[in-house]
Design a binder for this molecule. Structure first.
Ligand code: GTP
Length: 212
């Protein structure tokens, strides 16, 4: 069967537990939102195809558990990522303060070329805001990242932020785009297999209950 896309990129979502990573991903890929928080166990992923500058890009987006106890598992995925979405919750200051740790882990474990953006989620919940837009924007500038405030709940800036990180990955690989098409074929096939099998990395001692 003819391939329905030209290249495949892997993106990784990182950030504290409860910032809304799973909800952002579900909003982006399925257009849905769930108000319950059921922590992701280990890692999970969803796929989406975008068309950017005439190139059909299949993105495999890995949703990682924010909980500390899964960090050993989730770090194994850093080195295969081409793009990272760092997420904090604008109503939760500690999730913003912990970004330094998430970023330094990526510096240590991810490839140098990895493209990154910063996202402050839950922008709909203005009443409970603890991190100003200016603080988010300044931190992003310090890290040299593009910045978005999003709401998975109100579906605000979700498509824009994911599209931006994919654009950045595409730009970063532009010089080698011809080679990229060839070299990613294996990845595409593997990804398809992974997709079919719905492989999930779970902690055997814990039941996976994420419904979001
Ligand atoms: N108000 C509001 N709530 C949100 C938004 N996004 C997520 N939530 C809520 O935040 C809670 C946590 O969302 P999740 O997507 O499960 O969080 P997570 O970052 O995936 O958490 P872990 O899997 O534990 O790492 C849920 O109760 C969601 O309904 C948003 O944009 N606005």
């Amino acid at each position: 069967m003819a391939k329905q896309y030209d290249v495949l990129f892997r993106l990784l979502m990182l950030g504290d537990s409860g910032v809304g990573k799973t909800c952002m991903l579900r909003r982006f890929t399925e257009g849905e939102f769930d108000t319950s928080h059921i922590s992701t166990i280990g890692v999970d992923f969803k796929m989406k195809t975008l068309e950017i500058d005439g190139i059909k890009v299949r993105v495999q987006i890995w949703d990682t558990a924010g909980q500390e106890r899964y960090q050993t598992i989730t770090k194994q995925y850093y080195r295969r990522a081409q793009g990272i979405v760092f997420v904090y919750d604008i109503t939760n200051k500690p999730s913003f303060q912990h970004l330094a740790k998430w970023v330094s882990d990526v510096d240590e474990y991810a490839p140098d070329m990895v493209q990154r953006i910063l996202v402050g989620n839950k922008s709909d919940d203005e009443m409970r805001r603890q991190v100003t837009t200016d603080q988010g924007s300044k931190l992003a500038e310090t890290y040299g990242m593009d910045f978005f405030e999003t709401s998975a709940s109100a579906s605000s800036n979700i498509t824009e932020s994911f599209t931006r990180v994919v654009e950045l990955v595409l730009q970063a690989h532009k010089r080698d785009v011809d080679n990229l098409f060839g070299s990613l074929d294996n990845h595409l096939d593997n990804a398809t297999l992974e997709e079919e099998k719905s492989v999930k990395h779970v902690d055997n001692n814990t039941q996976r209950t994420c419904a979001c």
